[in-house]
Design a protein around this ligand. Structure first.
Ligand SMILES: Cc1cc2nc3c(=O)[nH]c(=O)nc-3n(C[C@H](O)[C@H](O)[C@H](O)COP(=O)(O)OP(=O)(O)OC[C@H]3O[C@@H](n4cnc5c(N)ncnc54)[C@H](O)[C@@H]3O)c2cc1C
Length: 1217
């Protein structure tokens, strides 16, 4: 059997490092790897306790983990000391130290790391001209599994790719954006990218990667096309104008990948570009934003604003069309020397993934060349349209589809014709017997004659469907259509009706359009749009669909499933996602429609027959049931029993379940991932398997094969076993919730109305923008990172306007809301903050509880919680006033590129106010390094200040510098002391280091408290020796000030403090003060085990503090556990409660026989732990050594050796800080 499993290093991989099980035997490589992690942790800890210099921190980051794995405990301490000893240690010296340390011990294993990369690669087939681009936008991860025989048996690589690739059946699964980019990139020498707004990875994003990777284009360019990323600002496209007018560019192939917002800003330049007769193609991902900053689906109004500039307009309405029309646009541009706008739906098509038929790049290039040589001269609009239709015709063989300027579908004798442009086309299906649809493919130039030719002569009513912002105005298409009918030669001029969507809450759907046509047929030209909206839902046709509610961390199950439907069953699939990134974890709603029939039409607003909810926190934010049809299946990933479902969900939710007879399934993914040690790609695998097991499609068997194929494995047998095990486990874990008749009987109160009114869909928008300005965003510690084209790596003053723009167009700017620098941060809220020591006592030790409900935060026994603390607001404001700056000045700050980021990752920028950045991010009140003094020197305008700064960091000033450190002067103090050294605000921001998170041992067991995490903290305060000023620890001051409900950003750090594998093994714990924290977690865990009927071994606790009346932390709980017998020995040492001081080591010395027995009796194999301040470590060890000397009748040197052996076996563990 497969004994899993490990990973190391980066967090995304199939197996989770935290799960490296201590059940493994000594020979198990997982132990070696686990040890490497622990060692790394230990060295960091030892060093961190010394107030590490930044340079040392960096050095530590460079030590290879594999080197650390082979070091013994003492060697690790030597290493830590070596690091501490010298601030000037260079990497070279450090490597030398490491080599020396390692020379005494053989490195037994190579540590295998899990890597995660974003790949974009090129495949060159045949000769050099024959280049096909293979792109994979998604993450790929390589995972290594080791079996119990210690052989490296399986290496698995998974690449999730939705880019254009060669598929065996000739079809290729790709998104609209990638299809367009593929064509634009392969046919251009120079590509301008103006990031789009509605897509997660904007149009142009992949091209940037391809260019960076040196992928050549299909026109034979030796070098990769140049891809220039531009910002969207007033008078955009100046660069394009420059390029089109330059002599050089005359012979280049140009394209632009842009958003509609960019087009609006380009208008003045577009007139000139149109006149320049340059064959440039603007591929535009269209979207519009309403007054509430919602991105509107199917609204091309923005991009149509440029319709009078003289550019040609082509539209595409699906991924296939986007690909085809891109090719046509380039062919037309080459042939006619006209500039063209090709519009695709930036909200739907851009992100939709479909299998499309593609043409070899070199065939496309040859076609374009052919058309260029045929270049046409046009006199008027009609002849231009005729010439374009000629190109459409010639391309028909290449593309296997024939396009026209106006494409009519429907009966020849239609009496009603619906005219659509863009997205309306995708819902204009099955509208009625005598109803036809006319799709506008070529909108500019508008040819009256071609339009009229396309309309059946029997037409009596022509309905023009277009988005219109207000009820009074007519849309531009209506005006063109009406004008055309002035030239109508048929019997009776048809009535032209303007059907406007976006009004009366209408949105584009098949039901809406059907209701509209229905009404229009009976009307005299006037429509009652409100009634149309009311009827829309009933007329909506049913289409099979699965809805996934995923979070960013996991959002690939749907994409994998889409791939299985396509590749395993040959289904036609459509995958379209909406992302709400203005949430602390983004939520992604993905609609996956699939059908056996290739001819089926997908409908955007269909109801789902299965919903997969990866994160149940979305239940409180979205009305998920509303978009499901009756009898649908709803799978919830939650650690809930059937009973808990009743208590954890709203009455409105359960009522809706009853009303629609929804079949609810529950599964706790975390439980399975924990058992199997899965993470990252492994979680995705589990998600896929669960879907396949629970969805009633005929996909199952075929898809399991598909899963296997999707991963390249070095040992398929082993991998199959893993899948089988997972399938079995999923079978066991899924709970079918029986229909509860009481659900329907629930009477909904007024309070439930809010739940009913929750949004049904994720608006791909930035609704939360208001929060960004009303301060609530700030209060959640969330900040905004922004990528800016060409930003220099220097903080700089920005404006609210700009910040607003960036927030508004989050995806365009790749804006992300993150909680902190650490990827795995969670936003939790304080549910208890209780002082444990009397207020009359000078030390404030307090107990904190955070509510983690819905955050997905999971921790193991012994883990520490990282707290991202803020600086004191008043002190920051005082400083800002002194500095002569305003708190609300907006600053853009570059963020460090994470160490493990893929090569070429650009620095991100963060938009904050000056107050926010000093309060939440920068360590203004931290200890200034010598470097900070040195950096200040050039700014000092006063010569004596300049001299003094230089003196302080010179060897002569060393003593004084040390005194200043002892005085605990801060960056702010130094800036106040040297007022003439006044860097500008951006420069200052650059000079200050970030606030480091502080770690706290978790004082609870998640078994006992599934939705909370507890800490035991002592407030750090001291008095500066010279000035006698009161000083406060940065993080503990923040924590003391938190009230119930306050939001705090936290992260999890794993630790060496693990309970023994067997619950029977004795546990000996020695804690001083807050060192009690992890032991409370230990005790809770064993108490939980006991409550489950598991027999647990002895627990001995040595607890020490100053006195019982003030500092007997958790005294009552401990007494209760002791009385219960769980805590078999409770030994207390209150040093100041008697004349002679008593410490824990003395209590331990009294228990020599017990310690010896529990630790050295091979049947018991007890573990010893010490936690808290460093100082008792030596005396505590002496007590244990003495007990061994007595028990074993051995010499001190032998007893020490035994202790060292215990350390190596991780049975003697210290966590000191
Ligand atoms: C694994 C681990 C577990 C921990 N568990 C707990 C726990 O359970 N409970 C608990 O209370 N603590 C715990 N700690 C300690 C905790 O992480 C913090 O170190 C502690 O709370 C102090 O943080 P602070 O930000 O309040 O103080 P800081 O601001 O970091 O100050 C700490 C010390 O740094 C020095 N210092 C600060 N500013 C300056 C300056 N300008 N110049 C020179 N010196 C300066 C001073 O000596 C000061 O006392 C743990 C630490 C680790 C590593």
């Amino acid at each position: 059997m497969l004994t899993v499993l490990h990973t190391l290093a980066n967090s995304v991989g199939l197996f989770n490092k935290n799960s490296a099980t201590s059940a493994a035997t000594a020979a198990n490589p997982s132990q070696t790897i686990n040890k490497a992690l622990q060692n790394l942790h230990l060295v960091r800890k030892i060093i961190l306790s010394q107030n590490l210099e930044e340079s040392q921190e960096q050095l530590l980051g460079q030590i290879s983990v594999s080197a650390l794995a082979s070091l013994s405990y003492d060697q690790l301490q030597d290493l830590a000391n070596a690091l501490i000893a010298t601030i000037t240690t260079s990497t070279k010296e450090l490597t030398h130290i490491l080599t020396q340390l390692r020379s005494s011990t053989a490195v037994e294993k190579t540590i295998i790391t899990t890597t995660t990369t974003r790949t974009t690669s090129k495949t060159v087939t045949g000769d050099d001209d024959n280049v096909s681009i293979t792109s994979s936008e998604g993450p790929s991860s390589t995972v290594t599994v080791v079996d119990e025989n210690d052989h490296l048996s399986l290496s698995v690589q998974s690449v999730l790719s939705l880019g254009i690739q060669t598929e065996t059946n000739g079809l290729q699964l790709t998104s609209g954006n990638l299809a367009v980019e593929h064509v634009a990139y392969s046919l251009s020498d120079l590509v301008f990218v103006y990031p789009s707004t509605s897509s997660q990875s904007y149009l142009g994003h992949a091209s940037e990667q391809w260019s960076k990777a040196g992928v050549a284009n299909a026109t034979g360019a030796v070098l990769a096309p140049q891809v220039l990323k531009m910002s969207t600002r007033a008078n955009a496209a100046s660069a394009i104008l420059g390029a089109v007018t330059s002599q050089e560019a005359k012979n280049s192939s140009l394209s632009a990948l842009a958003s509609s917002a960019a087009i609006v800003n380009m208008i003045p330049n577009l007139y000139q570009i149109a006149q320049s007769s340059t064959p440039i193609v603007f591929h535009v991902a269209a979207e519009s934003v309403d007054a509430d900053l919602n991105v509107l689906r199917g609204d091309y109004s923005d991009v149509l604003v440029a319709r009078e500039t003289g550019l040609l307009y082509l539209t595409s309405n699906s991924v296939q069309e986007a690909y085809d029309v891109s090719i046509l646009a380039h062919a037309i541009a080459s042939s006619t020397s006209q500039s063209i706008i090709h519009i695709l739906d930036g909200v739907q098509t851009s992100q939709q993934v479909e299998a499309i038929k593609t043409v070899k790049d070199q065939d496309v290039a040859a076609f374009i060349k052919h058309e260029r040589n045929k270049s046409v001269l046009v006199q008027d609009e009609d002849s231009l349209v005729t010439a374009i239709e000629g190109i459409f015709d010639r391309a028909a063989t290449l593309l296997d589809r024939r396009y026209k300027a106006f494409e009519y579908t429907g009966p020849e004798n239609a009496e009603t014709v619906v005219v659509v442009l863009g997205p309306a086309n995708s819902v204009a299906k099955n509208l009625g017997d005598k109803v036809g649809v006319l799709n506008i493919r070529l909108y500019r130039p508008w040819s009256f004659s071609h339009f009229l030719k396309a309309i059946p002569s029997t037409a009596k009513k022509v309905i023009v469907v277009e988005p219109v912002a207000n009820a009074v105005a007519h849309g531009p298409i209506f005006l063109d259509v009406s004008a055309s009918f002035n030239l109508w030669t048929g019997a009776k001029r048809p009535t032209v009706i303007n059907a406007k969507y976006g009004l009366h809450g209408s949105s584009l759907s098949q039901g809406w359009l059907k209701a509209l046509v229905h009404q229009a047929i009976g009307s005299q030209g006037k429509l009652d749009l409100a009634t149309v909206v009311a009827e829309a839902d009933q007329l909506q046709e049913e289409v099979k669909q699965v809805i996934f509610w995923e979070t960013t961390a996991s959002a690939s199950v749907s994409a994998h499933v889409a791939r299985h439907f396509h590749s395993a069953l040959g289904h036609r699939v459509q995958h379209s996602s909406s992302v709400n990134s203005f949430r602390h974890t983004a939520v992604i709603e993905t609609r996956l429609q699939f059908s056996k029939s290739q001819a089926v039409e997908f409908v955007n607003s269909a109801l789902g027959d299965y919903a997969f909810v990866q994160d149940v926190s979305v239940l409180a934010e979205y009305n998920i049931v509303d978009s499901l049809r009756s009898g649908a299946v709803l799978l919830l990933n939650a650690p809930w029993s059937v009973e808990e479902l009743e208590t954890k969900t709203s009455a409105a939710f359960r009522h809706a379940l009853g009303a629609k007879q929804i079949q609810v399934l529950l599964i706790d993914f975390a439980n399975v991932t924990k058992q199997f040690g899965l993470s990252g790609a492994g979680e995705t695998l589990l998600g896929q398997i669960t879907f396949l097991k629970t969805h009633s499609s005929n996909l199952r068997e075929a898809a399991f094969d598909a899963i296997e194929h999707q991963y390249e494995t070095s040992n398929s047998k082993l991998f199959k076993d893993l899948i089988l095990n997972l399938v079995e486990q999923v079978d066991k874990e899924v709970i079918e919730v029986p229909q509860n008749p009481n659900w329907l009987a629930i009477t909904l109160e007024e309070a439930d109305q809010a739940a009913l009114a929750l949004p049904k869909h994720v608006q791909p928008t930035v609704r939360a923008i208001a929060n960004a300005f009303d301060g609530s965003l700030a209060s959640t510690a969330a900040d905004v990172q922004v990528v800016e084209e060409g930003e220099v790596a220097l903080g700089k003053i920005s404006s609210w306007h700009k910040a607003a723009w960036q927030l508004m167009f989050s995806q365009a700017y790749d804006t992300k809301h993150t909680l902190s620098d650490e990827d795995h941060s969670y936003l939790v809220s304080v549910s208890e903050n209780r002082r444990l020591t009397p207020t009359t006592y000078d030390r404030n030790v307090f107990h904190l509880e955070f509510d983690t409900t819905g955050t997905g935060l999971r921790y193991e026994i012994g883990d520490a919680l990282g707290i991202h603390g803020w600086n004191d607001t008043q002190e920051v404001l005082d400083f800002i006033e002194f500095y002569g700056e305003k708190p609300d000045t907006v600053v853009l700050v570059p963020r460090a590129v994470p160490k493990n980021a893929p090569e070429g990752t650009q620095a991100r920028h963060q938009t904050n106010t000056f107050l926010q950045i000093l309060q939440q991010t920068l360590d203004l009140f931290g200890r200034p390094s010598k470097r900070f003094y040195a950096d200040l020197i050039p700014y000092a305008t006063n010569s004596s200040e300049k001299e003094r700064l230089a003196y302080l960091i010179s060897p002569e000033g060393a003593e004084e510098f040390k005194a200043r450190v002892d005085e605990t002067l801060t960056h702010a103090d130094v800036l106040r002391e040297f007022p003439s050294a006044h860097p500008s605000t951006p420069q200052l921001i650059n000079m200050l280091p970030p606030i480091k998170p502080r770690h706290y041992s978790i004082a609870s067991s998640q078994k006992a408290h599934p939705n909370s995490v507890h800490l035991l903290v002592v407030a750090v305060e001291w008095t500066a020796p010279i000035s006698a000023k009161a000083r406060f620890g940065q993080c503990t001051r923040y924590l003391t000030s938190l009230g119930v409900g306050a939001k705090v950003t936290v992260s999890i750090k794993s630790s060496v403090m693990k309970l023994p594998t067997s619950p029977h093994q004795p546990v000996i714990m020695a804690g001083l003060g807050t060192g009690m924290a992890p032991f409370r977690a230990f005790i809770q865990e064993r108490a939980w085990q006991k409550s489950q009927g598991i027999e647990v071994g002895p627990m001995v606790l040595y607890f020490g503090s100053r006195n019982r009346s003030n500092e007997y932390l958790y005294g009552e709980e401990l007494e209760a556990y002791h009385a219960d017998g769980l805590l078999t020995h409770l030994r207390l040492a209150f040093s100041r409660d008697q004349r002679e001081k008593v410490y824990i080591q003395q209590k331990m010395a009294e228990d020599g026989t017990l310690l010896h027995k529990y630790l050295l009796d091979s049947k018991l194999n007890g573990h010893f732990y010490l936690c808290g301040p460093t100082w008792p470590a030596g005396d505590v060890k002496d007590a244990i050594v003495q007990s061994f000397m007595d028990g074993e009748s051995c010499a001190v040197v032998d007893a020490n050796r035994i202790v060292n052996k215990l350390k190596e076996e991780e049975r003697y563990v210290l966590e000191v800080y």
